[in-house]
Design a protein around this ligand. Structure first.
Ligand code: UD1
Ligand code: MG
Length: 455
């Protein structure tokens, strides 16, 4: 099968500098959704018809399996498909998709393509209560499709027809090429209509079969930001539905956003308003509290993330306790049963099993061993204004509160750092190191008093 994706429309109604087909749905360009569906169908060739100004589209989405055909200026859907034909060999079936109809489903398309044959053309149609603006499917007395008439060319009676053309169709390549060559633009819009091939096919003795999508939403197009927002919600509801069907507890399926791939084990629970970006993997029994953002993360079994945490490019072992209000940044690797508490930021650091940083800390460019306690207010001073340096904290170290570790520095196994220490040299194993000034009490000291005012 060959797939031709029409994406040369301008999309002025988006009122955006970004071309319409690059507008994101679940963080992925509209056109990329369609291309991924074409790939899932194992299309042997995918040709994208793009328009004036579409070089940005091509640059954004180019891939070895794509061919690009420029249509400039756009002169209708038939003209668009004509531009793609030099990239498509004869024989086999051509499937025509729209770059701004992103939710079209693989199963629906398989059924459509399966309905074509040597003497058959297949149209994807839907019934609409209000068909305004769409091409109408015309049938003869026996119910056979005879042609499609565009709204602007239709008679009042034809406009009564509620079965509409979704624009998506499949046809044998060889005949499609011949029909396209005969298109004329003598119609209300002065365009070369792809839909005119239907009457040609019928005249050539072809049967025109119609199939319907699994869900009506699959055929919705995007013309403005309002429709984009509507499709986003439809798409997110479908993702939430797949998660709950797979056994994930989603506290409110209307309040979850998955902008990438979310893979869940058994008994995963996700509270409201969480956003998942990139590839996120949650092992069995993971619980995510409300209002968390997770991006490219892998969480081990039983790990709990409390509300308002932000997790990015992070790997966590099992049984970790994170947040509330924790932030893990790229390069964070946590072992088993690691605790990261409120207002703790971790970056490019490895923290081994059973270690804890529970309150108000910055751990950057550090290697922390097992069973380490990082006290409240601890900061790794990893940056001298020009370069970054690592801090190494070995197993069983206890770091007192409000400590600064001026990297590069090493705290050896079992060491204790007294609260308030500013560590600038390595701390030896098993001993207390403390850098703060000794506490003194001044005997006989009295508080100053204000001099009495003269009256
Ligand atoms: C088209 C169909 C109509 C159908 C409707 C479904 C035709 C003549 N009409 O109408 O029967 O009900 O879609 O939404 O086919 N495009 C190009 N180049 C062009 C024109 C369009 O690439 O020169 C692309 C657009 O980017 C879009 C798609 O083709 O992805 C459809 O174009 P649009 O202008 O929306 O077609 P309609 O007039 O709505
Ligand atoms: Mg349209």
């Amino acid at each position: 099968m060959k797939v031709i994706v029409l994406a040369a429309g301008q999309g002025k109604r988006m009122r955006s500098i970004l071309p319409k087909v690059l507008q994101p749905l679940a963080a992925k360009p509209l056109l990329a959704h369609v291309l991924d569906t074409a790939r899932a169908l194992q299309a042997e060739r995918i040709v994208v018809v793009y328009g004036h100004g579409g070089e940005v589209v091509r640059e954004a989405l180019d891939a070895p399996d794509l061919a690009w055909a420029r249509q400039d200026p756009p002169q209708g859907t038939g003209h668009a498909v004509q531009q793609a034909m030099p990239h498509v060999d004869d024989g086999d079936t051509a499937l025509i998709l729209y770059g701004d109809v992103p939710l079209i489903g693989e199963a629906t398309l398989r059924r459509l393509v399966g309905a074509t044959g040597p003497e058959k053309l297949a149209l994807l149609t839907v019934g609409m209560d209000d068909p305004t603006g769409y091409g109408r499917i015309l049938r003869d007395a026996a119910g056979k499709v005879t042609s499609i008439v565009e709204e602007k060319d239709a008679t009042p009676e034809q406009r009564q027809v509620r079965e509409v053309n979704t624009g998506i169709l499949a046809a044998p390549v060889t005949q499609l090429r011949a029909w396209l060559a005969r298109l004329k633009n003598d119609n209300a819009q002065g365009e070369y209509y792809l839909t005119d091939i239907i009457a040609m096919a019928v005249a050539d003795g072809f049967e025109v079969v119609t199939t319907q999508p699994d869900a009506f939403e699959e055929t919705l197009g995007v013309n403005n930001k309002t429709q984009l927002a509507e499709l986003e919600r439809i798409h997110q509801r479908a993702i939430a539905r797949r998660l709950t069907d797979a056994g994930v507890t989603v506290i409110d399926p209307a309040r979850i956003d998955v902008r990438g791939e979310l893979i869940c084990g058994r008994d995963v629970e996700i509270d409201v308003n969480c956003v998942f970006e990139g590839r996120v993997e949650l092992a069995d029994g993971v619980r995510i509290g409300a209002n968390c953002v997770l991006r490219n993360a892998t969480l081990g079994a039983g790990t709990r993330v409390a509300p308002y945490s932000h997790i990015e490019d992070t790997t966590m072992g099992p049984a970790c306790i994170i947040g509330p209000y924790a932030r893990t940044r790229p390069g964070t690797v946590l072992g088993e049963d690691v605790h990261v508490g409120n207002f703790v930021e971790i970056k490019n650091s490895v923290i081994a099993d059973h270690s804890k940083a529970n309150h108000l800390a910055y751990v950057g460019d550090a290697d922390i061993g097992q069973r380490v306690n990082v006290g409240a207010g601890t900061i790794t001073c990893n940056y001298d204004g020009a370069n970054k340096f690592r801090t190494v904290i070995e197993d069983d170290v206890f770091i007192g509160s409000d400590t600064q570790l001026v990297a590069p520095v090493r705290v050896a196994r079992g060491a204790t750092l007294g609260a308030g220490t500013t560590l600038t040299k390595d701390a030896p194993a098993e001993q207390l190191t403390v850098s703060r000034a000794r506490q003194v009490t001044v005997p006989g000291w009295t508080r100053p008093v204000k001099a009495a005012k003269k009256s």
